[in-house]
Design a protein around this ligand. Structure first.
Ligand SMILES: [Cu+2]
Length: 151
């Protein structure tokens, strides 16, 4: 009789522990998390390149006082979301994409994808800006998201 009471008490403890601490599925910890790419107060995305896992969402935030855009570079895009061409409004506009396939998602801003005197992208040339006598060629406003398969 005493032994069966102990067994019942142990069983209750084990059950309540199981309820209190549900086992988290291994490899699912990145699901639902959001990574940010910021446009600071100049014509660039930062970070320029990020790596995420399948299931993660990337949020672009425009902290500049000018409008920018998010356009998928589909010649190289293997991660889905083909044909993206969206406005990132000035002063805090946001866009989010959830990545469900591994691959790369190269993107650019169509307002600032050319190196000319009106569009002077600042990243990631060694000194920023367009070409000058010192060989600094800068880079158009673009970036890349690399999406890894979840493990
Ligand atoms: Cu732009």
């Amino acid at each position: 009789m005493a032994n069966s009471k102990v067994l019942i008490a142990v069983a209750v403890c084990v059950l309540s522990l199981g309820l209190s601490f549900p086992i988290q599925a291994i490899g699912q910890t990145d699901q639902g998390t959001v990574r940010q790419i910021i446009v600071p107060d100049e014509d660039r995305f930062t970070p320029f390149a990020i790596t995420v896992r399948v299931g993660q969402t990337v949020q672009w935030v425009n902290n500049d006082t000018d409008d920018h855009t998010l356009v998928s570079n589909d010649a190289f895009n293997t991660a889905g979301h083909r044909g993206v061409n969206m406005l990132l409004k000035a002063n805090g506009g946001t866009l989010s994409l959830k990545f469900n396939h591994p691959g790369v998602f190269p993107f650019y801003c169509r307002f600032h994808a050319m190196l000319d005197t009106d569009n002077q992208p600042k990243a990631p040339g060694p000194d920023g800006g367009i070409q000058d006598q010192n060989g600094n060629f800068g880079t158009p406003m673009n970036g890349v998201v690399t999406v890894l398969a979840s493990d």
